[in-house]
Design a protein around this ligand. Structure first.
Ligand code: ATP
Ligand code: MG
Length: 253
């Protein structure tokens, strides 16, 4: 009976679930774990714990919502595999509370009919999944737009949740568009800079600031969408060029 009550506590509260796994959530992590939003954007610095949190959320969903299909996507298989690796580690650390039908390198199928599946980062091979209850896109700023457009329909019928997590990577692509797309699109947004992360020391950040070009530092540690290195025109220049207020130099009068 005590075990059941304990289990209910874990089922109802993902922050308690994290603590059970030995992770004391940072304030933003606690907010995320308590959130009920099904559209989440995490714009977080390197090493802030975004993959860890999404792995935890994926496993929680699979254990406590029988029949879930959770898909993990990243720009390359190696990256989605890393996220899935966190899921497997948590599952094993918990002592496999629900036995597995199959525990593979790229997927976990539980006896409650939930599945967590790692998707490769190419458009051609991912089509075919439908009815996803949760889609997690890691390193989302580096995922090709076509890939993102190919996976979104997998949520159509199931009305599943979508989490996109990333460190910024230039002023382009779906993650940037969604992040800057105004408050109206239903996203719950989290921005986490390195100075807010208790595991990253001030000393380390000072060293990084010295060692890296300033735009790289801002991108990696301050959640900033920087111009990409090879861009000849800045984003603002292109925006300006598109307004009707700026008269063309040649051509139409
Ligand atoms: N609340 C926490 N308590 C203790 N350790 C944590 C916590 N959150 C994250 N970590 C640890 O911080 C490290 C980085 O976590 P993680 O890989 O999830 O970060 P990330 O934001 O995905 O990083 P990257 O940008 O490099 O992919 C891991 O070792 C993870 O276990
Ligand atoms: Mg990560």
């Amino acid at each position: 009976m005590v075990a059941l009550r304990e289990d209910l506590r874990l089922a109802l509260d993902r922050a308690t679930f994290a603590r059970e796994l030995g992770l004391e959530p940072d304030p933003w992590q606690e907010r995320l774990l308590r959130s009920t939003s099904d559209r989440v954007l995490l714009n977080c610095c390197r090493q802030s714990g975004k993959s860890t949190m999404s792995g935890l959320i994926a496993l929680h969903r699979a254990l406590y919502h029988p029949g879930s299909l959770i898909l993990c996507l990243a720009p390359a298989l190696r990256q989605s595999q890393e996220l899935f690796g966190k899921v497997l580690t948590f599952y094993r650390d918990l002592g496999r509370p629900i036995p597995a039908h199959a525990e593979r390198k790229l997927s976990l199928e539980l006896e409650n009919e939930s599945r967590i599946v790692t998707l490769p980062g190419t458009d051609k091979t991912i089509r075919g999944f439908s009815g996803a209850t949760l889609l997690i896109v890691d390193e989302a700023a580096r995922v090709e737009d076509e890939l993102y457009f190919a996976v979104r329909p997998m949520l159509a019928v199931s009305g599943g949740g979508l989490m996109m997590l990333s460190t910024p990577h230039g002023k382009r692509g779906v993650f940037y568009e969604e992040w800057t797309g105004g408050a109206g699109r239903g996203w719950e947004r989290y921005e986490v800079k390195a100075e807010e992360c208790p595991r990253i020391t001030h000393k380390f950040l000072e060293e990084e600031r010295e060692a890296l070009p300033s735009w790289v530092y801002r991108q990696e540690y301050e959640c900033s969408f920087e111009e990409t290195e090879d861009q000849v025109f800045t984003y603002e220049m292109v925006e300006q060029a598109e307004t009707s207020e700026v008269k063309p130099l040649f051509g139409a009068a």
